[in-house]
Design a protein around this ligand. Sequence first.
Ligand code: PGA
Length: 239
Amino acid sequence: MICAGNWKMNMNPAQASAFARQLLAEVPATAKDKFVILPPALLAATVATELKGSGIGWGGQNCYCELKGAFTGENSPQLLAEMGAQYCLVGHSERRHVFGEQDELLAKKVAALQKVNVTPILCVGETLEDRRMSRTQEVIERQLAAGLQAADSSRPLWIAYEPVWAIGTGLVATPQQVEEAHSILRAACSATPILYGGSVKSDNVASLSGLNNVNGFLIGGASLDAREFVRIFQNSALG
Ligand code: PGA
């Protein structure tokens, strides 16, 4: 099971270094490639330096769709690649709902990342209203198709299913809801790792990790504590 930790806009350089060192000390060599850290862009250099050569991956939380140029304040996919990032989130719920990012822009980001060999992690998920109106399938199929419009199917891509109502709320999707959504996504993407995200913690991960088409987890709040993050990985093996 892959465990990707989305730090969001948290941590500082000292905390990031301490976290990375603790992870290096606690994760057995055989499991290092199952861990991914997604730090804020300003901590990328710190994390890259700490993790270099360790097998633990890291990536961006967001990037722009152009590789360079006059785009003040944005982060380049190419720069991520040159710094050693292997992954980058695209279309996280907070990008879609707080910053208003639309499917068309997200499709361009996916393509730009693939061009520089950074694996996009395309996030999809329905709002509570979508679910209440029985629009979950329609919404996640649309977000997936739109996000992959310009994607290169010969290059790696990951998907994260994150129901908006489960992110940071303590409300976890039920195993049945997760399995249903992942099977919809699997039907469209046969060999793509599909992560679940939304209030995953060490005490609820086991019930989600044995499910069909769940290949790992995207963890927000609970990824800020290295010990808890490792425990999530350990308990995910119990599912
Ligand atoms: P959460 O966040 O684990 O704090 O719910 C998940 C995410 O936003 O990726």
